[in-house]
Design a protein around this ligand. Structure first.
Ligand SMILES: [Zn+2]
Length: 216
């Protein structure tokens, strides 16, 4: 079983990918990680990529395809792949199909963690942690029992991450939409896109993903 997992930052994609790896023994194939690993291992593709990057050029689709081919060949019999951050363009989507087909494989599902942008802004901008013990809180969803006092350690200092602001969240959402816009219609046309509510509780999201995978 091979899937593409999509979701904007803050939708919990990393957690869900990790759970798929644990529950199904799948392998997460992130192009960035693959590239770093291939360069480090000095594989033929890695050496080619290294030369290109050292020349200040972008790694070509051809190199990325070769990397993915190598990773697919290294999978155990029956082991599924989760594609992360790839494909991003229509030509890459075509390449992926060809790479899989030449190995008797195919893409089974594209699962998108769907979020409501305004709700995501509220979820992210409202979160903060205790500066002393790190316990997480939220302005709306999880306030300390006594205002200004940490439930766990009694501390009075709290902190917020600088990235947890509305502008950053909305910019990331726009970037995400721009990145997925070229490939979603391709997979929609193939009828393999499923959406799950990324705003739901993490365990509910996992259950929804499992239900989709269980259909085959
Ligand atoms: Zn605390």
């Amino acid at each position: 079983m091979n899937i593409i997992l999509l979701g904007p930052p803050g939708a919990g994609k990393g957690t869900q990918a990790q759970r798929l790896v644990e529950r199904h023994g799948m392998k997460q194939l992130s192009t960035g990680d693959m590239l770093r690993a291939a360069v480090k291992a000095q594989t033929p593709v890695g050496l080619k990529a290294k030369a290109v990057m050292e020349a200040g050029q972008l790694v070509s689709d051809e190199i990325v395809s070769a990397l993915i081919g190598d990773e697919l060949d290294a999978l155990a019999e029956g082991q599924g792949a989760i594609f992360d951050g790839y494909p991003r363009t229509a030509p890459q989507a075509e390449s992926l199909e060809a790479i899989l087909a030449s190995r008797g494989k195919k893409l089974d599902y594209v699962i998108e963690l769907d979020v409501n942008e305004d709700a995501l802004v509220e979820r992210i901008t409202g979160r903060y942690t205790c500066a002393t013990c790190g316990k997480g809180y939220h302005d709306t969803f999880e306030k300390p029992a006594v205002e200004g006092t940490c439930d766990k350690c009694g501390g009075h200092e709290f902190k917020r991450r600088p990235d947890d602001n509305e502008e950053t969240v909305r910019t990331r959402m726009a970037e995400y939409r721009a990145k997925t816009a070229p490939i979603l219609p391709i997979y929609e046309a193939q009828g393999i896109v499923s959406r799950v509510d990324g705003m739901a509780d993490m365990d509910e999201v996992t259950a929804a993903i499992e239900a989709i995978l269980g259909k085959r």
